[in-house]
Design a protein around this ligand. Structure first.
Ligand SMILES: [Zn+2]
Length: 361
């Protein structure tokens, strides 16, 4: 594009009558719905941004007049739809000069046709109109203190000049917004980011880890691959991601396991002949001098006594063990000791009792 064309008339921001341009000046006329750029006939008219051609009109004479209804007063024209939903229209173009057709994708700066004075026009110029959506009214494409419009130009230049190169992309970090922010020709650049829906502070602990989500068409996709806290189980893994492995899960499992084993031993004991029951009160009496009994056993001439195997003793013990087991939790060292102590005592008592029984026979 050559030197920027002069602006003949700006948009009228005063709906109450009279005209007021975006800078509160009078460079407009009452009811003007766009910006008129004064350009010689046959000048290339370029697209102001990437878009799609949604309407065209051709067939109007190159020299129109104010009030000429051809093309809805716009003469020969091209209308574009842009990716943000806004629309632009280029009016009063030269007959049979249109270089694009309806449905065609165009790039910013692409030639749409040539200028003339078709439709409601008193001389060669380009009427440029802008609206923010299909249903919105036309707005001023400039921003300023006397317009509510946000402005459409990348660089609108100082009042009252034409905008500077409108197709120049101003790079900024790419964000997930459906636009080519960093001017590399790609929209959203396949942006991805870490995501995590579990409670704060649990990501990266135990089994928990963040996932990834990818931007497509200006929206973040689903979070893929994340692992969030689950119920703790006895598996040497921090399932609930609280920084502790297994928490109480194993203690509970262990309790259940011990009870199961005890039950099994009890069953074995009961079917094993009931030696402990045989021992009776005597066994308890002998517990007092269990040590002595052991000494006696060591020196006992009764060879049969040596036949009492440890396995037999184990059969005897469990009923006693269950007494201590009755106090519940057995995971602390103190209880473990007590458990063992009771076992030793029970064995000694059983030995004594057995021997006593044997002796009494
Ligand atoms: Zn105009």
């Amino acid at each position: 594009m050559g030197p920027a064309p002069a602006v003949n008339y700006h948009f009228d921001n005063n709906s109450a009558g009279g005209c007021r341009d975006y800078n509160c000046g009078g460079r407009c006329y009452d009811g003007h719905s766009g910006t008129d750029f004064g350009i010689a006939r046959g000048t290339n008219v370029l697209a102001g941004a990437d878009g799609t051609v949604i309407a065209t009109n051709n067939g109007c004479a190159n020299t129109g007049y104010v009030g000429n209804p051809c093309g809805g007063r716009c003469g020969n024209y091209v209308q574009l739809q842009h990716s943000d939903g806004s629309r632009t229209i280029y009016c009063h173009m030269e007959l049979n000069s249109l270089a694009v057709s309806r449905g065609q994708r165009v790039r910013c700066g692409q030639t749409l046709g040539r200028s003339a004075s078709s439709g409601s026009s008193s001389g060669p110029h380009l009427h440029f109109g802008w609206r923010r959506s299909a249903s919105a009214a036309s707005q001023d494409s400039y921003r300023g203190r006397c317009t509510s419009a946000p402005g459409a130009w990348v660089d609108q230049n100082a009042y009252p000049e034409s905008p500077a190169a409108t197709c120049q992309c101003v790079p900024s970090p790419e964000t997930c917004d459906g636009r080519d922010n960093d001017c590399d020709g790609r929209v959203d650049d396949g942006l991805s980011r870490s995501c995590y829906s579990g409670p704060m502070g649990t990501s990266g602990r135990g089994v928990c880890r963040a996932g990834t989500q990818t931007c497509a068409a200006g929206r973040w996709g689903a979070c893929s691959g994340e692992v969030t806290p689950r119920a703790e189980s006895c598996n040497r893994i921090d399932d609930d991601c609280d920084g502790a492995i297994d928490d109480m899960a194993c203690a509970m499992d262990a309790g259940v396991g011990d009870a199961g084993r005890d039950a099994a031993v009890d069953a074995r004991s009961d079917s094993g002949g009931g030696a402990a029951r045989d021992a009776g009160p005597d066994a308890r009496d002998d517990a007092h001098d269990a040590g002595g009994a052991d000494e006696d056993a060591a020196v006992d001439e009764d060879a049969e006594f040596d036949d009492v195997s440890l396995e037999d003793d184990a059969d005897v013990a469990p009923d006693r063990v269950d007494v201590s087991a009755g106090c519940g939790c057995r995971t602390t060292p103190a209880h473990t000791s007590a458990h063992r102590w009771w076992l030793v005592l029970a064995v000694a008592a059983a030995l004594g009792g057995r021997r006593r029984v044997r002796q009494n026979r």
